[in-house]
Write a protein of this length. Structure first.
Lengths: 135, 273
């Protein structure tokens, strides 16, 4: 146990994302209600987003906006830009689009859930299965 | 089922945690993700694109194709919501309120249509009359939220922001209008047709800017060849990105509103939250 603790502290971002992801996965598998499954899916996506953003982080670095470019003329960016001073912009770009797309796909999933409810008057999975086998 | 799910989840979680043993430490500058391509982006982006916000530079220029198709995905999501839910049939039962007396009429015959005007008003049976305080606060807040959204889009090149964020903020202001008043207010202010056209126009602006580059002699999405068309040829890439971001913002705004209106009213656009 004593050598596990420093391992967790050094990589606690991964532990957090795994825990969140498993909460989402459990909800997707075990919950009976379709809306609860969707909420589980959203938690799962959030865990992935957290994971990506956390790998973009660097110690002692700032947000990926070049500072010297502000307020200066054309020659202002001549000061050398060091990659170690700015966090990795790539995961942020990927997650920026992923968040909006996840909202859009969540909207489509909700629309499907509304259609299911209109037709079968229920969103519980076992009741849905019963209704489907009746016909 | 629950026990089985719990076992599966625990096993998967244990496997993933075992895998993280090989991962780089939190915040390590030498992690594999931040040594190869990302350094090139950080060091060269300002010189190559004149855009200090590296996220925007990578989003709209280096990965322009990716963002273009993400915008198309958002547009398709709005289209899917519309096709799945939109119901053009008239509702059989209607509720009207006689304005001078406050009497509520419940009309069950769909052919009897009461003319809405000074005497009668439509009524939403799901709608709870909202508080005067909520209404007033939202009425004051909404224009500021919208101006902030425009600021976020316009300054996407220089400060944190961009088309996706600004579009979502603008869309949320429209949703706030629907929540604080009622759905009819929103639908009356912004017609369904306008929303649909906006969503398409947003994607069209993006693809259009990308396509204009080809007859100008460059590759698809190569903004640098647009220099003769803009007033500031030194910042042509920044301006190209701004145009693209405006397209993204318009598309995202319209799609957010389309998704919200269709889901809360089950596609009838009459009653809802």
């Amino acid at each position: 146990m004593t050598d596990l603790l420093p391992l967790i502290v050094a990589k606690y971002n991964y532990w957090l994302y795994v825990i969140l992801m498993m909460i989402g996965l459990y909800a997707m598998i075990a919950k009976n209600n379709l809306i609860k499954k969707l909420v589980g899916m959203n938690i799962f996506q959030t865990a992935i987003i957290l994971f990506y953003v956390s790998i973009g982080y660097k110690k002692d670095a700032t947000i990926p906006i070049i500072q010297s470019a502000h307020g200066g003329g054309h020659g202002a960016h001549e000061a050398a830009i060091h990659a170690a001073d700015y966090i990795n912009p790539l995961p942020h770009v990927l997650m920026l689009t992923a968040i909006v797309v996840s909202v859009a796909t969540f909207g489509v999933a909700m629309a499907l859930a509304v259609r299911v409810y209109q037709r079968y008057q229920t969103l519980e999975e076992d009741e849905l299965r019963m209704r489907l086998s009746e016909k | 089922m629950r026990v089985l799910a719990f076992i599966i989840v625990c096993l998967t979680g244990a496997l993933l945690l075992y895998g993280t043993g090989e991962f780089p430490d939190w915040g390590d500058p030498q992690s594999p993700a931040s040594v190869h391509l990302s350094n090139v982006y950080i060091e060269k982006a300002l010189e190559q694109t004149q855009v200090p916000n590296l996220v925007t530079a990578v989003l709209a220029d280096y990965r322009g194709f990716d963002t273009m198709f993400e915008t198309a995905v958002v547009f398709c999501a709005g289209l899917a919501c519309f096709l799945l839910l939109r119901d053009f049939r008239e509702k059989k039962e209607r509720y009207y309120r006689h304005t001078p007396t406050g009497v509520i009429l419940h009309v069950k015959d769909s052919k009897k249509i009461i003319k809405v005007g000074k005497e009668f008003a439509h009524m939403d049976k799901n709608w709870v009359p909202s508080d005067l305080i909520i209404k007033s606060v939202c009425r004051i807040l909404i224009p500021f939220i919208q101006i902030y959204a425009l600021y976020v889009v316009a300054h996407g090149d220089f400060s944190p922001g961009g088309g996706f964020q600004g579009g979502v903020i603008f869309g949320s202001s429209l949703i706030l209008l629907a929540i604080s008043y009622d759905l009819k207010t929103l639908v009356r202010r912004i017609k369904e047709k306008v929303l649909g056209i906006w969503a398409a126009v947003g994607v069209l602006i993006y693809v259009g800017i990308a396509a204009i580059c080809m007859p100008m002699g460059g590759n698809f999405l190569d903004y640098s060849v647009l220099a003769p068309l803009v007033w500031d040829p030194h910042h042509v890439r920044a301006l190209g990105m701004l145009g693209v971001e405006i397209g993204v913002g318009i598309a995202v705004t319209a799609v957010m509103a389309i998704i919200y209106i269709n889901i809360v009213s089950e596609g009838r656009h009459e009653e809802g939250l």
